[in-house]
Every structure is written in structure tokens, then in C-alpha cells.
Design a protein around this ligand. Structure first.
Ligand code: PRP
Length: 186
């Protein structure tokens, strides 16, 4: 297939569509072993996790329900403001439930440390974290994920749900954006 205008903005591919699919199958099998006796509630953090959520829930064939929460912290820049706001909350009582929070990336940790505390305050029995990407070099909060797809270097990654200025989420692979695409816009 010829290079699309999105492909042309990519410096290099970090993980191909096939590599992502293979890793998610492994993660799903591991999560199934941990969750098969439970009645978990998977909570996807919009918008970045929307594609990963669809794939990881099908790779982990446990009887579960799904919810979506939307938070906002970054705006159209490449660095976090640190402040997390809920823009769409989950729709059901979570008291006593075992939650699995599904994220595309764990970066500074601001989003997930806020959400973990929020869900525990609302009465969740447990909150485990499943992230496709982990960027530990950028961590500001003491939080770790229970399930990690790939540990990534501190580069600006897009695709498979991850955006820059709301674009590139529908790339099937994960790539590093060319600096000239975002330089001067941070
Ligand atoms: C991204 C990502 C995580 C968060 C991780 O969301 O989806 O939710 O940042 O960063 P942190 O660990 O530094 O908090 P973003 O705010 O860009 O919104 P999006 O999901 O709509 O892309």
C-alpha cells in the first residue's frame, strides 16, 4: 500500500500491527489467568485507549462488563499540565468491583494515580492497571502498571489510539512522530 499523508509524518515505526497483536494476545492470556474466577469491570480511559480496549477485552475472554471514562489533561501539547479532569464519568456503581483500568500509555502517572484513587474512593474492591505502553523515564507519581505491553523510550509516539493534536489515532501501528511535525507548537 502506498504511504498515506499520516505515514509520511512518521520518523520510524516502533511496533508494527502484527507485533502489537502478538503482545496483546500474550497479555490477554496472562490477564485471563488472574481474572477468570472474578467478575471484573474493564474501564477504558478515553480517548487514547479506545482501540486497545477493543483488542485487550477480546484477548482476555473472561465474563466481564465494560465502562468508559474520559479525562483531560494534555490539550494539544506534548507535555502534561498535571491537572486531571473527568469529562465523562462511568455510569454504574463500582462498589465492591474488581476494576481493570485500560490505558494506552502510562507517562507521568498523573492520570492513572488520580484515577486509581478516584475509583478506590468510590468503593472499588481492587484497581489493577493495564497499559499498552509504559514510559517509566517520565514518571512523576509513584504508580506502576500490573500489565504492560511495551516499555517505550522518551520519544513522541503516535498511532494505535495515541494522538498528536487529535490526529494519528487511527494508524494501525505505533510510530515516532517526525520532530518537524510538532516543533514550535509545544
Ligand atoms: C494521554 C494518555 C493517558 C495520559 C497518560 O491522554 O491517553 O491518558 O495521557 O499520561 P500521564 O501518565 O502523564 O498522565 P491525553 O490527556 O493525551 O488524552 P487522550 O487519551 O484523549 O489522548
Amino acid at each position: 500500500m502506498e504511504k498515506t499523508t499520516m505515514d509520511q509524518d512518521i520518523l520510524k515505526i516502533l511496533y508494527t500491527e502484527e507485533e502489537i497483536a502478538r503482545r496483546i494476545r500474550e497479555m490477554g492470556a496472562q490477564m485471563y489467568e488472574d481474572l477468570k474466577g472474578k467478575d471484573p469491570l474493564f474501564v477504558s480511559v478515553l480517548r487514547g485507549a479506545f482501540i486497545f480496549m477493543a483488542d485487550i477485552t477480546r484477548a482476555c475472554p473472561v465474563k466481564c462488563d465494560v465502562e468508559f471514562i474520559a479525562v483531560s489533561s494534555y490539550g494539544n501539547t506534548t507535555s502534561s499540565s498535571g491537572a486531571v479532569q473527568i469529562t465523562h464519568d462511568i455510569q454504574q456503581d463500582i462498589s465492591g468491583r474488581d476494576l481493570v483500568v485500560v490505558e494506552d500509555i502510562l507517562d507521568s502517572g498523573n492520570t492513572l494515580s488520580f484515577l486509581k484513587q478516584y475509583f478506590l474512593t468510590k468503593g472499588a474492591a481492587s484497581v489493577s492497571i493495564c497499559t499498552l505502553l509504559d514510559k517509566p523515564s517520565r514518571r512523576e507519581k509513584a504508580i506502576h502498571a500490573d500489565y504492560v505491553g511495551f516499555e517505550v523510550p522518551d520519544e513522541f509516539v503516535v498511532g494505535y489510539g495515541l494522538d498528536y493534536a487529535q490526529k494519528y489515532r487511527n494508524l494501525p501501528y505505533i510510530g515516532v512522530l517526525k520532530p518537524e511535525v510538532y516543533s514550535g507548537k509545544e
